[in-house]
Design a protein around this ligand. Structure first.
Ligand code: CUA
Length: 156
């Protein structure tokens, strides 16, 4: 009779563990799928340059206070090679990779964005000071990694 009781306890324990385990998985899945910025859309990495807005890389003015910069990252550079944006305006960078994982990291700022193939990687930034900002790739992406850079000119 004692064994029977123990079996019940173990069965109960097993069910509780299972429920706990499933809730942890559920919560984790939710946390990883949930992007409050809404900036994690997907894109076919083989068709980046044919897919809007990446078929037209460059700086686009959205409204009086907002600019969008569309950038294609590939081994080993960024398109467009020259980026010019105004100081004090909201700049939304959208970067997609056509090959491997790169990064889009702007020196002297907190912009340090991974550029994962298959994703549209988005970051907003407002430059407070005019000047030249160096953009480098911080993710090792191959033999040309150290040469992968561009500059942003921030103008008054
Ligand atoms: Cu691209 Cu390192």
């Amino acid at each position: 009779m004692h064994f029977h009781k123990f079996e019940k306890i173990w069965l109960g324990f097993g069910i509780i563990s299972l429920v706990l385990f499933l809730s942890i998985i559920g919560v984790t899945a939710f946390a990883f799928n949930h992007h409050p910025s809404g900036g994690m859309d997907t894109i076919d990495p083989d068709k980046v340059e044919q897919t809007a807005p990446f078929d037209n890389p460059g700086v686009h003015q959205i409204d009086d206070n907002t600019y969008e910069v569309i950038i294609v990252a590939k081994a080993f550079g960024y398109d467009p090679a020259e980026i010019k944006v105004p100081v004090g305006k909201k700049v939304v960078f959208k970067v997609a990779s056509t090959d491997v994982t790169h990064s889009f990291s702007i020196a002297k700022t907190n912009v340090n964005m991974m550029v994962v193939p298959g994703q549209i990687n988005t970051k907003e930034y407002t430059f407070d000071e005019a000047g030249q900002y160096l953009v480098i790739c911080n993710e090792y992406c191959g033999t040309g990694h150290h040469f992968m850079k561009t500059t942003i000119e921030v103008v008054e």
